[in-house]
Design a protein around this ligand. Sequence first.
Ligand code: ATP
Length: 249
Amino acid sequence: ASPDPLLDIENIEVVYNHTVQVLRGLSIRVAPGAIVALLGANGAGKSTTLKTVSGLIRLENGGLTAGHVRFRGREAWGREPDRLVHDGLFHVMEGRRVFEDLTVEENLIAATYARSAGSAGSTDDALAMVYGYFPRLKERRKGLAGYLSGGEQQMLAIGRALVAEPQLIMLDEPSLGLAPMVVEEIFSIVLRINRERGAAVLLVEQNAAIALAIADYAYIMESGRVVIDGTPAQLAANQDVQEFYLGHG
Ligand code: ATP
């Protein structure tokens, strides 16, 4: 039997402004320590899924009208986003939001508020750990985050998650707008973080090929529901996936 999922999204329906239904019976599971990719075209509802899990959807006037979101066995819907962060769920939003007027190091220190209840060690330990994964951030630690390259800002956004020592990191389109070499570098670090620290990753991506290269399992969404799911090997063997998502038609 498979272990209890860390995150269990069960048959959720989500609407914006009480009228626009975006998620239509979506179910997704993330096992502890797994990397799960959530793929699909623009507008399929991937970002909405992450915002529903982290509680940010309410800020955008969206709401859950059916189904359940369980994190560590407990209903997450309706809880405050910062409580969820303390319970080990960290959402790295699309567009690598960092505090541009703070230095790299100040950005990391600002994330220590989010450290989960179980995290031991000092702030210095947390910074050293992040700099171990991202030596580039260490080199630039005194510089303003606003002056970093796009790839470095993405690294900083992920570094802020790392400081919090989450059990689940949700990444929304980390490859967006970055050069292929930078994307590869970031994905290989995400894989290392997952394998070495045991943090599960729910990865939203348009770039299916790179996401499948590191994922243990993947879901493809269309119009607010899952249309195909499987291991990367299973998806790679699927003709429709080849044609529509991997561009090998
Ligand atoms: P993208 O890659 O463009 O972010 P996505 O798969 O993440 O795509 P969502 O951003 O979740 O898709 O958007 C799904 C649908 O919900 C889209 O039709 C979008 O227009 C709509 N939507 C998103 N945010 C809002 C909002 N705040 N209010 C109303 N509708 C919204």
